[in-house]
Design a protein around this ligand. Structure first.
Ligand code: P6P
Length: 335
């Protein structure tokens, strides 16, 4: 596809490449794109329309919700429900699976999402984003249950993507045939292909981790970060740089663009809950994108996409990015 081709055109061309395609997936992707355009507009307006700050409520994660968390969740949920291509929805911001109204037409997909990831940054004007994962709905089930969302491991995702709301609004998508990025032309409200066939550099000198957790880390991560900090005088033979935005979408987008490794590992403080990041709507979609772009995504001991989910809001450790660097961490977890 040529640079500048519209996302709509790319979706239709992909549908045409699959003669048996019914067009339902294209419609679902179009609904997701519409929802992200609306969220982008709200995020960009922020305090102009009084929607920054806390909503004074908590989600199932026990996290205080921002007003924009709730607004983004409502936009994404309503747009996909009205688009009639899903049979049920699930979100970081909703405790239970969202069942469609009795009279609503059901589609053949499920979608699970983090409507505004990194929202603790929204009040300080730092990049945030929407993360989503598309699954197949069970045939003939009027109201899919939590178990229906948990059937397949991440390898069975139909599609995964994120929309990053930064200096530009960029939609990054994969349907299992590579990764493409589309920048929103705000003048005409159209996403245009700007990052075709994204490929992550296999090596890097840049790591991203929340260093304030250092005293809680397990030995393999302690060893890895210590060696990065020793630099070229040490076993790695090169100096490293560090980044930490506290917005997974921003970290992943940087890694897709110039390489790097992102770590939110297990540690003694969060061991009981299994990790910090959520499997279904953060780790799995990002792992699919990273692997499709030639990178690697693990928990430490295992590949993220092989995990058999057991709870909708299940948390897992996440280490992802440049293949050769994540391989070093994988080896340290096996040592
Ligand atoms: P910490 C945002 O809340 C998030 O889920 C990810 O986007 C981000 O990488 C991580 O948590 C930040 O966690 O502990 O640094 O605030």
């Amino acid at each position: 596809m040529q640079i500048g081709t519209s996302l709509t055109h790319c979706l239709i061309k992909k549908q045409q490449a699959h003669p048996d395609a019914s067009g339902e997936f294209t419609l679902l992707m179009n609904d997701i794109v519409s929802a992200c355009k609306v969220i982008s507009s709200y995020v960009n307006k922020g305090n102009l329309i009084g929607i920054l700050g806390s909503a004074e409520t908590e989600n199932i994660q026990g996290e205080t919700q921002k007003k924009l968390d709730i607004i983004s969740n409502d936009v994404f949920t309503d747009t996909l429900m009205q688009g009639t291509q899903v049979a049920a929805l699930a979100s970081e911001e909703m405790d239970e699976v969202y069942h469609l109204p009795a009279n609503a037409k059901r589609g053949k997909y499920l979608c699970v999402y983090d409507p505004l990831d990194g929202s603790s940054n929204i009040d300080v004007n730092v990049t945030v984003g929407t993360i989503f994962s598309v699954l197949r709905a069970p045939e003939g089930v009027e109201n899919p249950s939590e178990q229906d969302f948990l059937q397949p491991p991440g390898t069975e995702q139909v599609a995964a993507g994120y929309c990053i709301y930064g200096p530009s609004t960029i939609m990054v998508l994969t349907t299992g045939e590579g990764v493409n990025g589309f920048t929103l032309d705000m003048d005409i409200g159209e996403f245009k292909l700007t990052h075709p066939n994204i490929t992550i550099p296999e090596d890097t000198k840049e790591f991203a981790i929340n260093m304030s957790n250092q005293r809680f880390w397990d030995a393999p991560v302690k060893r890895y970060i210590d060696e990065c900090l020793i630099g070229k005088e040490g076993p790695r033979g090169k100096d490293f740089n560090m980044r930490w935005v506290a917005s997974m979408v921003a970290e992943v987008h940087r890694i897709l663009t110039r390489g790097g490794v992102f770590l939110y590992p297990i540690d003694s403080k969060i061991r009981a809950q299994g990790g910090k990041l959520r499997l279904m709507y953060e780790a799995n979609p990002m792992a699919m994108i990273i692997e499709q772009a030639g990178g690697m995504a693990i928990t430490g001991p295992e590949r993220i996409l092989d995990i058999k989910p057991h709870k909708l809001h299940q948390r897992v450790p996440v280490i992802l990015g440049s293949k050769n660097e994540v391989q070093v961490l994988s080896d340290y977890h096996k040592a």
